[in-house]
Ligand binder design. Structure first.
Ligand code: IPE
Ligand code: IPE
Ligand code: MG
Length: 253
């Protein structure tokens, strides 16, 4: 049974189709914990439960690609015990949830630096991708150890290497070529980017890919983010007017 919420029940008044790709900056775990006098780790733990609920819900809504920013390349700057807590949660999530995701037909892709990751993390990420590689119901993109400037610099480096090796000419480097060298190659650009917690910034997330994304900033801390909040963001997206530098699709507008 599909649970209908008010936001989606109003679907008939929505102007545009649902987004194909939704990306979420899951923010506010620490503040959620702090406001309850709890340790930050508890906020992260509750955040994982929200991840489970939202992944399932996005699948029910027919979202083809869901990207979750789970750990940025700058998050290593946090205290060592918090980093350790976050890595433990990632391990637990993959060990406990991977089979369920696989059964639901979810393909897992991971974007972010994969070298020099501590312990078994790299192997777990590889396993999540290879186990689910043939699934087609939904693609869950996990951005882990991800930083967009790093990603673009790597793409520039590998394009330069192609030119040096004589496989490409400098004048052939265009937007398509650069996009093909990003970690998100083959993943369509996000249509909708949601950030929770009220912060209104990208924090080095999908800088290139977000060129024409719609942004929805939700003043709810990630552990409190519910299916209805997701639906409300979808509804808002469906009523935005995407112009891509041209004119409105609406006649005469
Ligand atoms: C998001 O919550 C989780 C990660 C960045 C890993 P935060 O830990 O950033 O929570 P706040 O922003 O301090 O509240
Ligand atoms: C962005 O959140 C990274 C993730 C959600 C994983 P941060 O909490 O790290 O971002 P800033 O430091 O507030 O910009
Ligand atoms: Mg934060």
């Amino acid at each position: 049974m599909t649970v209908r919420t008010d936001a989606v029940a109003e679907e008939s008044t929505a102007v545009h189709a649902l987004p194909r790709h939704v990306a979420i900056i899951m923010d506010g775990n620490g503040r959620w914990a702090h406001s309850r006098g709890l340790a930050r780790a508890e906020g992260h733990r509750r955040g994982v439960q929200t991840v489970r609920d939202i992944v399932r819900h996005a699948g029910r809504r027919g979202i083809a690609y869901l990207t979750l920013f789970s750990f940025s390349s700058e998050n290593w700057n946090r205290p060592a015990d918090e980093v350790a807590d976050l890595l433990t949660l990632l391990r637990v999530f993959i060990r406990k949830d991977l089979i369920d995701l696989h059964r639901s037909g979810v393909r897992v892709r991971v974007v972010g630096g994969r070298e020099n990751l501590p312990g078994d993390i790299g192997a777990l990420l590889d396993e999540a991708e290879s186990l689910t590689a043939a699934n087609t119901a939904m693609t869950l993109v996990v951005a882990f150890n991800y930083g967009s400037r790093d990603e673009i610099a790597r793409a520039a480096r590998s394009l330069a290497a192609e030119v040096v090796a004589g496989r490409m000419r400098a004048e052939d480097i265009d937007e398509t070529a650069l996009a093909r060298h990003l970690m998100t190659a083959e993943i369509p650009d996000p249509d909708l980017i949601i950030r929770t917690s009220g912060e209104q910034r990208l924090s080095n997330f999908l800088l290139w890919q977000a060129a024409y994304a719609e942004f929805v900033f939700v003043p709810v801390l990630w552990p409190d983010f519910r299916e209805q909040d997701f639906d409300r963001a979808l509804f808002e997206f469906q009523n935005r007017d995407r112009r891509y530098g041209g004119l409105s699709a609406k006649a005469g507008a």
